[in-house]
Design a protein around this ligand. Structure first.
Ligand code: ZN
Length: 508
């Protein structure tokens, strides 16, 4: 069973360099096809007719199909080595049989030293959080690693041509404002890959690496932005172990450091007027803005809200932030969910009603790796005594929230009632003390006891209430109400092994 890359054709037409590669699959499996790359401006592309830019993606595709990959053109030893390393990762991550790369061994390309100095550094650029974060970090960094080009891939084959054109125009405007030349590479490679492999988790890094190979005429290094925060890194289409495997002696393929959490990248973005003006994370919006309703948008809007930057970026969204849209219907992967929780927990109790919303969403993932997660403390319904004036409610709730934080519990913000509105359900009754402080009756249904002043409230006082509400006392986890750095997390259990991946569950 063999996939074959053959008959590359390169043509230069006007300002565009066009490379077409034919792909044939084992008889009786898939129809043969062609993949096209178009580079603008054409002068920056490698003009050789070569299958090389398609090899990384084809190795992933052939492995996914259970076929080997044959190439008639001699390939350098580094590509053979890269294919072996990537095949091994895919075996480890997905249990795939690695495709064997069957190709004559060619020489490694050699460039004179001056060429290394004169060629530049390109950053793959989508205007999303990750690529803006990488670009701004590199622009702030040492001169020798200052980006010289932005590279954008026009490959969203599922989008209407007019939308793609409008997005490209805005990307060009962003590049102009930053003062860097933009290279546009248009490709239909996803028409070949997407029916058999997943762009997000399996193929995109290899497509970007292949695109870099096509541009090494002008670039000595291409930088791919990290998706994951390093401590939560997991099998993905672009990965710190995978992307650099496709480096050549005359091209470094770099996976940018994922040391910054995503919300920290947003913090960097809102401080930059061009980035804040052009940020695009979502492809579900009308035209060139973010929809404001999908999980990606709601995560970004939550971060912007916590950074108090909603107003500055309001024009980037079709709809304003509505926290009520964060509910159980929303499906989020563990990594971005932990990122959002991390930001909420660093802000502290002030963001607790919003945290309660994010606790309700559906967190789904492939069980391939342990994902460090965040505690969901039991939340208690509260009844505020009738004699507490309405104007004091907020202060009372705040004082109670602070005391509960020390005990590892939280308030159920959807179940805070004034006494006459309270239902018959068990709840924590909040009242004033004679001295002007606050006190609680932990279990109003039980035998009459005096209210306990908040400073004297201890965990054991609340056990009967937790039991009456059916809440898990084991989920108690104290936290700092003013925000915690780092926030409490649930670490990987000792000896944890991944459960078998049955292919179910969302992993995008
Ligand atoms: Zn959206």
């Amino acid at each position: 069973m063999i996939t074959t890359l053959h008959d590359p054709v390169a043509t230069a037409d006007g300002g565009t360099l066009r490379l077409e590669v034919s792909v044939t699959f084992a008889p009786g499996t898939l129809d043969s096809s062609t993949v096209c790359f178009e580079v603008q401006p054409g002068a920056v592309g490698v003009a050789d007719a070569s299958v090389l830019p398609l090899v990384p993606a084809a190795v992933v595709l052939a492995s996914g199909l259970g076929q080997d990959l044959r190439v008639t053109e001699p390939l350098p030893p580094t590509v053979h080595d890269g294919a072996r390393r990537v095949g091994e990762l895919l075996r480890r991550w997905y249990g795939w049989r690695p495709a064997e790369l069957i190709a004559p061994l060619g020489p490694d390309p050699v460039r004179p030293g001056w060429a290394h100095r004169r060629r530049g550094l390109g950053v793959f650029f989508t205007r999303g959080v990750d690529s803006w974060g990488t670009l701004l970090a590199l622009l702030d960094g040492p001169m020798r690693r200052r980006p010289t080009h932005l590279v954008t891939l026009d490959n969203e084959v599922h989008l209407a041509p007019a939308v793609r054109q409008a997005q490209l125009l805005e990307t060009q405007q962003a590049a102009d404002r930053i003062g860097l030349p933009l290279i546009v590479v248009r490709t239909d490679v996803r028409s070949l890959l997407d029916p058999h492999t997943d762009w997000g988790t399996q193929t995109h890094g290899s497509v970007l690496a292949g695109t870099g190979m096509l541009l090494r005429h002008v670039l000595r290094e291409v930088v791919i932005s990290p998706t994951h925060w390093t401590p939560l890194v997991r099998p993905w289409g672009s990965h710190p172990e995978l992307d650099p495997a496709w480096s050549l002696p005359d091209l470094a393929v770099t996976h940018h450091s994922g040391a910054e959490m995503r919300w920290r990248r947003v913090e960097r973005i809102v401080a930059d007027p061009v980035a804040a003006d052009t940020l695009l994370v979502c492809w579900q919006g009308t035209g060139s803005r973010n929809c404001g309703r999908c999980e990606k948008c709601l995560r970004l809007l939550t971060t912007l809200h916590l950074l108090e930057a909603i107003d500055r970026t309001a024009h980037r969204f079709d709809e304003p932030f509505d926290a009520e849209a964060i509910d159980a219907d929303l499906v989020v992967s563990p990594h971005p969910w932990c990122d959002t929780m991390d930001h909420l927990d660093r802000v502290g109790l002030r963001a607790d009603p919003l945290r309660q919303r994010w606790e309700r969403v559906s967190v789904l993932a492939r069980p391939a790796v342990w994902v460090q997660t965040r505690p969901r403390q039991p939340r208690l319904p509260v009844v505020i005594a009738e004699d507490v004036p309405h104007a004091d409610h907020r202060r009372g709730i705040d004082a109670l929230g602070r005391r509960l934080a020390a005990l590892g519990l939280r308030i159920d913000h959807d179940a805070v009632h004034r006494a006459p509105d309270a239902g018959a359900e068990p709840a924590l009754r909040l009242t004033r003390t004679d001295g002007g402080g606050w006190a609680v009756l932990p279990n109003p249904g039980a035998v009459a006891i005096d209210p306990i002043p908040l400073p004297a409230l201890v965990a054991g006082d609340l056990d009967p209430l937790l039991a009456a509400l059916g809440l898990d006392p084991g989920a108690v986890a104290p936290f700092d109400p003013d925000g915690q750095d780092p926030p409490p997390a649930i670490p990987e259990p000792p000896g944890w092994v991944p459960p078998p991946d049955d292919g179910a569950g969302s992993h995008r």
